[in-house]
Design a protein around this ligand. Structure first.
Ligand code: 3HC
Length: 311
């Protein structure tokens, strides 16, 4: 049974087909997908906070409406991804407990503060831009529910990235103070955004297996390269600069050269010692407690409905 299952699994992966929840799969495949998809979901949910803090301070009704829509999208992405993770056998209550207890990881980027309105632009352009670069290949992940969730999410991410770029464009063409604010936001988010793609390939314990199983289609460094190439061009349209004097395209090597990233900072952030880790978890725990009555009411309603159906 196990041997036949493994052969069928390997054949599906080899022919670039999809593994579905009911298919036999190696426990390690199930485990690494539960790890990655749940952390991805946690990232979406925690990622709501930096932007939510600016909804009441948006400079116009139009910007407020756009930001509300974006934060609402992130919540939906999170719920979508928890559903995909649950198909692998771990209930979302367990995944949520892993987040609330501080055990689970979520994207490092959300442990940095959003200090000005221009940060809403930098987050949209750089963070959602990086998320898109990472998520488009994930649409072809070998695990069906994950790949399909990505297709829907990527569609909404492009709106997120464009609205962020537009905020920066407006500020860059505004007063000197607005232009400085936009440049300051880019300066603060550039390196943390590059680190979103994960550690350098030589220091990425999960990559090799993830690539063999066609979960990860490109390595961390390959996607980082692609992203740097994109923003190096886009920043010219803004008339602003990236805070990286070493950034250049090395024709010979055929690759972008950028400044060394601070991987000690990265390790500290994902170990829970970033600028905002405690605040983000505190806020999440509080929101979870404040929402208990909604969950109880929904459960009571469902129980009553089920009871009625039996009568
Ligand atoms: N933040 C936090 N942890 C990170 C990280 C990051 N940016 N990059 C890597 N790590 C962690 C990994 O999770 C792993 O730890 P673990 O084994 O305990 O899970 C460790 O560092 C080593 O990294 P690896 O490269 O070996 O791990 P992966 O093969 O999993 O690659 C990844 C890391 C590229 C982030 C991959 O997990 C991935 O593609 N995840 C899905 C994408 C994702 O999570 N995106 C979040 C973007 S933010 C977002 O979506 C919100 C946006 O819409 C605004």
């Amino acid at each position: 049974e196990e041997q036949a299952g493994l052969e069928r699994f390997n054949a599906l992966i080899a022919e670039d087909s999809r593994i579905e929840p009911r298919d036999w799969m190696p426990e390690a495949y199930r485990k690494t997908l539960t790890r990655q998809i749940s952390q991805h979901a946690h990232s979406e949910i925690i990622g709501m906070q930096p932007e939510a803090n600016w909804i009441t301070r948006a400079p116009s009704l139009k910007r407020k409406a756009i930001l509300i829509a974006k934060v609402q999208d992130e919540a939906g992405h999170g719920l979508y991804l928890y559903s995909a993770a649950e198909t692998l056998g771990t209930p979302r209550e367990v995944l949520n407990e892993q987040l609330l207890s501080g055990k689970a990881k979520y994207s490092s980027i959300f442990n940095y503060p959003a200090l000005s309105w221009a940060d809403m632009g930098a987050i949209g352009w750089l963070v959602d831009g990086a998320a898109i670069a990472n998520q488009v290949p994930l649409c072809r992940a070998s695990y069906g529910p994950y790949g399909r969730a990505m297709v829907r999410i990527c569609k909404e991410e492009s709106f997120h990235q464009r609205q962020g770029f537009e905020i920066l464009l407006e500020l860059a063409h505004g007063t000197e103070a607005q232009k400085r604010m936009a440049q300051d936001a880019i300066n603060r988010f550039y390196e943390p955004a590059l680190m979103m793609f994960g550690p350098p390939d030589g220091d990425s314990p999960n990559s090799q297996q993830s690539m063999e199983w066609k979960i990860k289609r490109f390595s961390n460094d390959e996607l980082r390269q692609r992203f740097v190439g994109m923003i190096a061009e886009q920043v010219k349209v803004l008339g602003l600069t990236l805070p990286d004097p070493e950034l250049r395209f090395d024709e010979e090597a055929g690759r972008w050269v950028h400044k060394d990233l601070d991987w000690d900072e990265f390790k500290a952030v994902i170990a829970g010692n970033g600028p905002c880790n405690a605040q983000r978890l505190e806020r999440r725990r509080e929101a979870h407690e404040n929402g208990a009555w909604v969950r109880e009411a929904a459960a009571a309603y469902a129980a009553k409905k089920a009871q009625k159906a039996q009568v």
